[in-house]
Design a binder for this molecule. Structure first.
Ligand SMILES: Cc1cc2nc3c(=O)[nH]c(=O)nc-3n(C[C@H](O)[C@H](O)[C@H](O)COP(=O)(O)OP(=O)(O)OC[C@H]3O[C@@H](n4cnc5c(N)ncnc54)[C@H](O)[C@@H]3O)c2cc1C
Length: 377
């Protein structure tokens, strides 16, 4: 139970409580405070840091590789896919504006999709649609010829088993840790209280207020609540179309004479790698064990670790001796639909979840949109 002092000094007269201080929660809080400076806003997170996906991702500032977009077109249709590309691109611009390229260590190095010999058909499929895709994306990204053939770089990059490369000139990379530090600092500078170690058990709406009850039975009241816990959504609300998906990641020790820089997608984006200075960050592979990776438990599995290590040794850096510095995992929120869910689940409780693998790109706008809808009521 909390003390009288704790209740009076920290948790009284809360206008908006936000559960989850990842990219979405932080952006929602910052937007609310910018629009309504008098509001008392608190961010509650159960982690020492906001550990879900926002401090654990790969830092691709991207809006989709060719195969990802073409696959999406088949499943979701043209207008939905183009809308999502626009949201990703505008979201990245918003993030860069809010945090600043210097603080993000934003680097527009370009991105690539790699194709092995057994993927020639998929590569040809991309080539057939490349002009069409470039025309569709040009007005959104305000750049012509976004995707182009880049086979001439394969030798320079020293990849093994790679037959084709497609370049995306509008893709960039950021420093994920610095982005989150900057957003946390910005929230603190706006007098938003951030409470870590607050593990929410449930949220109950009364006729006059919403009560948030923690696992250790601390009870706080707020006028409105935003749940922004992404892959952990089903722990707090009934949202059957938000499933957790674990993603495992490794980073190597620095590599002398690293032959490439940039962001790379492979196997429809299920694998991804990039340089972080002289290191390689490599992650993904959850499609190899869909059932076991549909979990909100952090951790690694030998099957996926082996797949990532093989990819590193055989395809990415076949000519280099590499040492792995560390492994980690993060939890995505995914579903049948790629669009995030932003909606009220009771009169004063809203959710903004299911960011998939694109929260760096769309998180700022999702937070902003949730903030504005929350205050419209
Ligand atoms: C390995 C990996 C690589 C990725 N790479 C990229 C990329 O390159 N580019 C890109 O655009 N996107 C990428 N993503 C996706 C992106 O990171 C996410 O979409 C985004 O961070 C989601 O942000 P969020 O704020 O919605 O959720 P999260 O960052 O997951 O935040 C949710 C927060 O809720 C808290 N929480 C959960 N339950 C509770 C509770 N009961 N009580 C209190 N707090 C709670 C958690 O502690 C967490 O801090 C990647 C994700 C992963 C995992």
């Amino acid at each position: 139970m909390m003390s009288y002092w704790e209740r009076e000094s920290f948790f009284k007269n809360i206008d908006v409580a936000i559960i989850g201080s990842g990219i979405v929660g932080l952006n929602a809080a910052i937007s609310l405070k910018e629009q309504h400076p008098a509001l008392k806003i608190v961010l509650l997170d159960r982690g020492v840091l906001p550990i879900g996906a926002s401090t654990r991702n790969a830092g691709f500032a991207c809006f989709g590789s060719m195969t990802e977009l073409l696959d999406d077109l088949e499943e979701h249709g043209e207008s939905e896919v183009l809308q999502l590309v626009e949201k990703r691109w505008k979201g990245l611009l918003r993030l860069r504006e809010r945090v600043g390229d210097r603080h993000l260590e934003y680097e527009p190095k370009g991105g690539f999709e790699i194709f092995k010999a057994d993927e020639s058909k998929r590569y040809e499929w991309c080539l057939d649609r490349m002009n069409w895709m470039n025309k569709q994306l040009a007005p959104i990204i305000e750049t012509h010829d976004i995707f182009s053939k880049a086979d001439h770089l394969i030798d320079k990059f020293q990849f093994g088993e790679v037959k084709h490369l497609i370049r995306n000139q509008a893709e960039g990379q950021i420093n994920t840790g610095k982005m989150m530090r900057s957003l946390l600092k910005l929230a603190q500078s706006l007098a938003i209280d951030i409470f870590n170690g607050f593990d929410v058990d449930r949220v109950e709406e009364d006729t006059t207020f919403v009560e948030i009850i923690s696992k250790n039975n601390w009870r706080i009241k707020a006028n409105k609540v935003l749940i922004a816990n992404n892959g952990f959504a089903s722990q707090l609300c009934d949202l059957p179309d938000v499933l957790p998906a674990r993603n495992q990641v490794l980073i190597t020790e620095p590599i002398e004479d690293l032959p490439f820089t940039g962001t790379f997608h492979y196997d429809s984006g299920y694998f991804y790698f990039r340089n972080v200075g002289k290191r390689i960050l490599l992650g993904g592979g959850r499609h190899l064990a869909k059932a076991t990776e549909q979990t909100d438990e952090f951790g690694t599995s030998q099957q996926i670790k082996t797949a990532l290590q093989n990819l590193l040794k055989e395809v990415i850096l076949p000519n280099h001796k590499t040492e792995i510095d560390m492994w980690w995992s993060g939890i995505l929120g995914v579903g049948e639909q790629k669009k995030p869910i932003i909606k009220f689940i009771s009169p004063n409780v809203m959710v903004a979840v299911r960011l998939g693998g694109m929260g760096v790109a769309i998180g700022s706008l999702v937070g902003e949109e949730a903030a504005s809808l929350l205050m419209q009521k």
